[in-house]
Design a protein around this ligand. Structure first.
Ligand code: ZN
Length: 189
């Protein structure tokens, strides 16, 4: 694509050669867009067809697109389209689409010990729990938390967490609720 763009810019404006180069570039753009669309369709069909429930984080796509640093990356991977397809495909295949609260800090909770509100700047891609030493890919850890998310869960604010210095009692009753949810998932009862 870079080569073709350069070719376009080097051709004389209005010339036939430039028109040819523009057409080549447009063809490549179409090809990339087709590959992307095909990949999203295959993935969303696979997810909806083979799973009784699909949970996704209800990200605020429009707000992300306003953020210029993130806009390119988000638009590139077609997140809005991904969600839109999952919505109608889960319905088609009798699966359930659950949107996880966008304020649920899925990437700040340790999926192993439930210690939460661990500060994670976006550039840090590996999750390291200071409490239990769990080291995991950031997105995989977040996905595990999303899997265990349930309606009405309470997660303390960061300030509340800091107020209670001991991690053991930081989550209190709601930590127990959170963990009982784990057991619920594991036994399948
Ligand atoms: Zn941990």
């Amino acid at each position: 694509m870079k080569r073709l763009q350069r070719r376009v810019s080097k051709r004389v404006k209005g010339s036939n050669n430039r028109k040819k180069a523009v057409a080549q570039l447009a063809k490549l753009h179409l090809k990339v867009s087709n590959i992307r669309s095909d990949a999203i369709h295959k993935l969303t069909t696979y997810l909806a067809k083979n799973h009784s429930e699909v949970k996704i984080e209800d990200l605020n796509v429009k707000a992300f697109l306003k953020n210029h640093k993130l806009a390119g990356a988000i638009a590139d991977c077609g997140m809005y389209e991904f969600k839109r397809q999952l919505e109608y495909k889960t319905e088609k295949f009798n699966s359930k689409l659950t949107l996880v609260d966008r304020f649920f800090p899925s990437s700040q909770i340790c999926s192993s010990c439930c210690n939460n509100r661990i500060s994670m700047p976006l550039k840090v891609r590996v999750f390291e729990c200071p409490s239990c030493g769990n080291i995991q890919d950031r997105d995989f850890n977040a996905a595990k938390n999303i899997e265990r998310w349930f309606e009405g869960i309470f997660v303390p604010e960061r300030s509340e967490h800091q107020a209670v210095s001991s991690t053991a009692s930081a989550c209190g009753v709601d930590k127990q609720r959170w963990q009982s949810c784990y057991r619920y998932d594991e036994t399948g009862s």
